[in-house]
Design a protein around this ligand. Structure first.
Ligand SMILES: Nc1nc2c(c(=O)[nH]1)N[C@H]1C(S)=C(S)[C@@H](COP(=O)(O)O)O[C@H]1N2
Ligand SMILES: [Mo]
Length: 205
């Protein structure tokens, strides 16, 4: 009698059920898109929105909504990962590559990090290496509609390869620095970088 394949099959099946796009300790929120905000959602009209890139750059600049929308469009439809353990494996963000803004401002050779800040005062630190080469966006739309205010509308930073707390809602600007300067969550015990694949959740991880 040939042995039934059940045992081996069950083992492989269990392993296969975990989507390889899901980092350790994360679950798939599927259709859910939870809102996580430390602040009250601001009323920020597109006409009042600006994006500034300054600090260690050759050409400090501020873009208005209209000026930003003259730049070439770029989108992202991959996973996002919140440190509270939900991930969304498929998204649909549209906006502009952060590379476009950085190229216009011209980071100086001494620039190694950035503090990204919102119109509400939220801050987070990022290495410049995590913001360049198609890894970050200024997003205006989700699933074909303008970002809702709760999700950061009219514009948010999107750095999807790091935990989602780095993706500043109501983004106001980035200041380039020659050192790492912890932001809101990072000074409250969270990791300075936040790589979901390395489970860099808390300082010391
Ligand atoms: N300005 C601002 N940006 C923020 C936050 C915040 O509290 N304020 N929360 C961060 C965290 S912890 C997460 S998980 C995501 C949540 O984005 P969402 O509310 O669109 O899901 O935004 C990030 N960006
Ligand atoms: Mo989060």
């Amino acid at each position: 009698m040939t042995s039934p394949p059940t045992r081996g099959f069950v083992g492989r099946h269990t392993a296969a059920e975990r989507d390889p796009r899901l980092p350790p300790g994360q679950y798939d929120a599927r259709a859910d898109f939870p809102v996580l905000s430390a602040e009250v959602t601001p009323e920020l009209a597109p006409a009042d929105w600006t994006l500034r890139v300054d600090g260690l750059v050759a050409r400090p600049r501020t873009w208005t909504w209209e000026q930003a929308h003259e730049l070439p469009a770029s989108g992202y439809d991959g996973p996002i990962h919140c440190v509270t353990s939900w991930s969304k494996l498929t998204t649909d963000f549209a906006g502009i590559s952060l590379d476009t803004f950085l190229a216009a401002a011209g980071p100086l050779p001494t620039a190694t990090h950035a503090v990204a800040y919102s119109h509400t005062g939220y801050t987070t630190n990022l290495a410049l290496a995590d913001l360049v080469d198609g890894q970050a966006w200024i997003a205006f739309d989700f699933a074909g509609d303008p970002l809702t205010p709760a999700h950061g509308g009219p514009a948010r930073l999107l750095v999807p390869h790091l935990y989602f707390w780095k993706s500043v809602k109501w983004i106001a600007g980035l200041r380039l620095l020659d050192h790492d300067e912890p932001g809101f969550w990072e000074t409250n015990g969270y990791h300075h970088r936040g790589d979901p694949w390395a489970e860099e959740r808390y300082s010391g991880d």
